[in-house]
Write a protein that binds this ligand. Structure first.
Ligand code: BG6
Length: 512
């Protein structure tokens, strides 16, 4: 029996319960921005994968809506082309043909009431629409500046209440600051009840992100150590090699704080630091996330010395020359939009008092790495005198991507007669151990929304609290003098000030 089979065997023994049946019954989905970038790259491929895996049967309808003048036929062609391009390994002409036969399209102006009337007509006559089996999902995959018009029109259209009442999925960024997020929430709540609002953050659909909860609360041995007595510091990294790609217009307004820190990063922080929930349902988990996020100490008005902003200049990434941010399409040549942020945060709670949480995220860095690194305090005495090296502290490293791994860093004696110590990794690699094939986080989130499970979606108070944390940073950036940009080369580890922030504390960032 090889190692992988042993793990599976043990799992099967422990979990006698059958796996949840995740296949979906009748439903309809309307995607606003159905021909847009997100729909083509992520949503249509994820839905196709669900179809391939048999999670979606024949009883569904998908309507794309948008400005481009497409017919049902040309939309199907566009969808098939996108699936082929973004899922080359899973493309099957026949299956894809079957899948796209469920697709339809409505082109029109998002401000035009007739578009919504046409959508109601289309949905009431198809799978999931009308009668007892109503299960309609309205997915807003559109830029933030059109959200308001769509929600207002949905409110007037009968797609929020009555026989065709739908659930609504809203993409990030949810608002541009705390006030605008509050206005957006109020607008949504005027037409949809909270249990029909799905504020999506695709990070929560990633297995390894969810695994933070399973790891922490499914094992008893780490939780007693998970506090200020044993933990020296925590580093959370969302580093990307890619630049802003074709999203210059969006990124000029968003910058890294709105794009990553307010949402993906805050979710990772909450899952790492939250208290054990009293149950595994949506509200119990979200209650604990909000509680811990409320303990994050606000940054001082000037951002303080513990925040570093950066913007990439030209450089070499993976052997190829890359443009600087200011040379990207639809970016001002004098732009001050930050593409890098790192900062030191404290959580004012009994558990975490005094433990720094270092967060960093950036585009065009030396490597792609999303990870949570938890470093424990060093052993109190160096009793292995003469072994010349200092002891490496123990650490737990959750690698979320590109490789999904959990490693425990330990010190052991080197074999042989010497008294030397070695630092070693005990590593669980998901793909090697479970033979798990990667899947898109959107698969999981779309299943949950269709089935009505809100656990992996953000609640109104969560959004409000995370904006409360990042608003002072955005203001400090906007109002302060800031460093001269660009201040790091594409393909580097980030700005020199970021390394200094750690060095001042006698620590260092994990290499990218
Ligand atoms: C998106 C951001 O939410 O997440 C992008 O808008 C970023 O800028 C992306 O590249 C990263 O997602 P992932 O799943 O590739 O880590």
């Amino acid at each position: 029996m090889n190692e992988h089979m042993e793990i599976k065997g043990r799992l099967a023994k422990l979990c006698g319960e059958p796996e949840d049946d995740l296949s979906l019954g009748r439903f309809s989905m309307a995607i606003f921005g159905g021909a847009g970038d997100l729909a083509q790259r992520k949503l249509l491929p994820a839905l196709y994968l669900l179809y391939l895996k048999g999670r979606i049967g024949g009883d569904f309808t998908l309507v794309g809506l948008g400005h481009p003048q497409l017919t049902d036929g040309t939309y199907r062609e566009l969808a098939a082309k996108a699936i082929k391009e973004f899922l080359p390994g899973s493309f099957d002409e026949k299956k894809c043909g079957e899948f796209v036969s469920h697709l339809g399209y409505l082109s029109g102006d998002m401000n035009d009431a007739e578009l919504y009337a046409a959508l109601s007509r289309k949905l009431s006559g198809c799978a999931g629409g009308g009668g007892a089996a109503t299960n309609i999902v309205l997915y807003l995959a559109v830029p933030p500046d059109v959200l308001e018009a769509i929600i207002l029109n949905l409110g007037r259209s009968g797609l929020c209440a009555g026989a065709l009442a739908g659930k609504i999925i809203v993409e990030k960024p949810f608002g541009a600051d705390r006030d605008s997020a509050a206005r957006l929430n109020a607008l949504l709540r005027s037409s949809f009840s909270e249990d029909r609002i799905y504020r999506i953050d695709h990070y929560l659909g990633k297995d390894t992100v969810q695994n933070m909860l399973y790891f922490r609360f499914g094992n008893s041995i780490f939780e007693p150590l998970w506090n200020r007595r044993y933990i020296d510091h925590v580093q959370i990294t969302v580093a990307e090699e890619i630049g802003i790609e074709h999203r210059g217009r969006f990124y000029e307004q968003a910058g890294v704080v709105r794009d990553i820190i307010q949402n993906h990063m805050m979710q990772l922080l909450a899952l790492t630091a939250m208290e054990p929930p009293v149950g595994f349902d949506a509200d119990r988990i979200r209650d604990e996330k909000v509680k811990v996020l409320r303990t994050v100490r606000p940054a001082p008005p000037d951002g303080g010395p513990s925040a570093v902003f950066g913007q990439y200049g030209p450089g070499a990434v993976g052997g190829a020359q890359a443009k600087g941010y200011r040379q990207e399409d639809r970016v001002s040549p004098a732009s001050d939009s930050p593409t890098y942020f790192c900062g030191k945060f404290f959580l004012d709670s009994w558990r975490w008092s005094g433990v720094p949480f270092y967060l960093r995220s950036g585009k065009r860095l030396a490597g792609r790495r999303t990870s949570v690194y938890v470093q424990f305090k060093a052993a109190p005495l160096q009793i292995f005198g003469g072994s010349c090296e200092a002891l490496e502290p123990n650490a737990l490293l959750f690698d979320i991507q590109p490789r999904e791994k959990i490693s425990l860093l330990l010190n052991v004696k080197q074999p042989g007669v010497s008294r030397r110590l070695s630092s070693v990794d005990m590593e669980l690699d998901y793909e090697d151990s479970f033979g798990a094939r990667r899947h898109s986080p959107y698969e999981r989130l779309l299943i949950d929304c269709v089935r009505g499970d809100l656990t992996l979606f953000a609640r109104e108070d969560e959004i409000d609290t995370t904006w409360g944390i990042v608003d002072p940073l955005i203001r400090a950036w906007r109002d302060g003098p800031g460093p001269a940009f660009p201040n790091y080369a594409a393909g580097s580890q980030g700005p020199a000030e970021a390394a200094l922030l750690m060095e001042r504390d006698g620590r260092r960032w994990l290499d990218l």
